[in-house]
Write a protein that binds this ligand. Structure first.
Ligand code: ARG
Length: 504
């Protein structure tokens, strides 16, 4: 190592960093998750330097050997990331230099800065995280679709203001969740296109006088292209903000679903029961089975929003170019992806194993005054009343029925005729069969005609389409993942070739 004040970069100063400053500025504690990316990125850079005639064959081989040694030790869990290093980049370079000497090892940073290096590592890890999250998301969608398929004709009340609104089906509810999650997937997919671009070669901020081939390193690492402008490449973190914002929206969606299921698992609803595997028990109350898994999805959403805000606040008003503040963007974005992956996976488990109490849903729906909507529409069709008139008549019927303790199934044609007479002063004729059709949840659902309604026919049609849409997305994601894997495989082969002396 060159003789500097402890550390390979400290030629400019004559003293080492104080112990407390060292600990304070170091990001090494959070850099473990990008060590492998840093090694891949460094190997790609060295290969390119060799191809451009900047490194000799022998230098390349020595450098790659040293880098692979770090990888091996890391795999065996033998690497200790010591906060005496400012970050993983200094750690890797120092290790290589101490392994092969500064004359050769000191060349690995040619035409590179930690600024483009860290921007690269973040994008490499982020694309991997987005792929994992997207793949979990598709698994969740698949599980929900399967459950929806079994509940096309399971009536349940739909709620507005958490009051019975109209009768729908559990299958229809689940398909709504599928559509919401598909949009989350699509947002992540669009963001991925912006993430999967290489900033490497942006150097510190203004490029290099070496003939670096930026497109080549991007290609070796499986990127779709480069972040062209060198200032933009090293100092922008908008894609990190974008990913965190999209993940926050996803969490909002997951937490709403969690809340529905929490409510529906209470004895008051009793629509579902969580499996034992996804329920907690009480240390004190022996009868309890608590939906802690779902509650934590709701709870962790707060942490993810907090991370988004910490990211936005770090970036606000930051002068352009690299500033060390940017280091603080790493922990919150990893928190966002980690929490979201955990929540999506657990929700998949909850939904895939929970018990759906169809009888209970049917029972509640059959007793529900939510059928009043259908009756009001039925009366318009059967009697020629305007909707406002029919609404008034049915309102009166419901009021009467409730005060005389009648269930919705006990409403008769005569009661409706009497109500029409009372509120409209009109004589109408209401066939009891019509009343029965609209006051039965299943037959009433079959009357629904509109696109996207919970009529079993519509739900079946949508379900079939969604299956196709899921396949399409699986294909798209698979292609993305394969591209990165292929690049990684080829890089590994190349590196091995150069190390063993077989490479060109
Ligand atoms: N540890 C730094 C980070 O995470 C790496 C870049 C340091 N660059 C610099 N110019 N000090 O952002």
């Amino acid at each position: 190592m060159t003789g500097t004040a402890e550390g390979i970069y400290r030629g400019r100063v004559s003293k080492g960093l104080s112990e407390r400053a060292k600990k304070f500025v170091s990001s090494i504690n959070v850099d473990g998750g990008i060590l492998e990316d840093d090694l891949d990125g460094t190997e790609a850079h060295e290969l390119m330097l060799y191809e451009q005639g900047i490194l000799s064959r022998e230098e390349l081989s020595k450098i790659l050997t040293a880098l692979e040694k770090i990888r091996e030790e890391h795999k065996k869990g033998k690497i200790k990331l010591d906060p005496k290093f400012e970050d993983v980049h200094e750690f890797v370079e120092s290790k290589v230099i101490s392994e092969v000497g500064v004359e050769i090892g000191g060349k690995i940073h040619t035409g590179r800065s930690r600024n483009d290096q860290v921007a690269l590592d973040i994008r490499m890890r982020l694309r991997r995280e987005l792929n994992e999250l997207s793949s979990s998301l598709l698994r969740l969608i698949e599980t929900i679709l399967k459950l929806a398929e079994r509940n096309i004709e399971t009536p349940m009340p739909l709620f507005t203001h958490i009051q019975h609104a109209q009768i729908g089906t559990f299958g229809h509810y689940l398909l709504a969740q599928v559509d919401i999650l598909m949009r989350d997937f699509d947002r992540l997919d669009e963001c991925y296109c912006r993430v999967n671009l290489s900033p490497l070669g942006g150097c510190a901020i203004g490029g290099s006088s070496f003939e670096l081939d930026r497109k080549r390193t991007a290609d070796i690492l499986g990127f779709d292209g480069v972040v062209e402008n060198s200032l933009d490449a090293v100092s922008s973190r908008d894609v990190v903000l974008e990913a965190a914002a999209i993940i926050s929206i996803l969490m909002a969606d997951l937490s709403r679903m969690a809340e529905d299921l929490i409510l529906w698992s209470t004895p008051e609803f009793g629509y579902i029961e969580l499996s034992d595997e996804y329920s907690s028990t009480s240390s004190a109350m022996p009868q309890k089975k608590n939906p802690c898994t779902l509650e934590l999805i709701r709870g962790k959403t707060g942490g993810v929003y907090g991370s988004l805000f910490s990211l936005l606040t770090t970036m606000k008003g930051l002068a352009s170019g690299y500033n060390r503040d940017l280091q603080e963007t790493k922990p919150p974005i990893w928190r966002c992806v980690d929490e979201a992956k955990g929540c999506v996976d657990v929700l998949e488990g909850v939904i895939g194993t929970m018990l759906v109490r169809r009888e209970r849903m049917l029972g509640v729906s059959s007793e529900s005054y939510a059928l009043a909507w259908d009756l009001a529409e039925g009366l318009v069709k059967e009697t020629g009343l305007s909707f406002r008139e029919s609404h008034a008549v049915v309102g009166e019927v419901v009021k009467d029925a409730l005060s005389s303790g009648l269930t919705v199934r006990e409403i008769t044609g005569e009661l409706i005729e009497a109500a029409a007479e009372k509120v409209l002063g009109k004589k109408i004729k209401v066939d009891q069969r019509v009343v029965n059709t609209y006051l039965d949840p299943i037959s009433s659902l079959k009357q629904r005609k509109t696109l996207g309604s919970p009529s079993p026919e519509e739900v079946s049609r949508m379900l079939k389409r969604r299956r196709g849409e899921l396949k399409e997305r699986e294909g798209k994601l698979n292609k993305r993942v394969k591209k990165v894997e292929k690049a990684r495989g080829e890089l590994e082969k190349k590196v091995k070739g150069y190390i063993s002396g077989r490479g060109r």
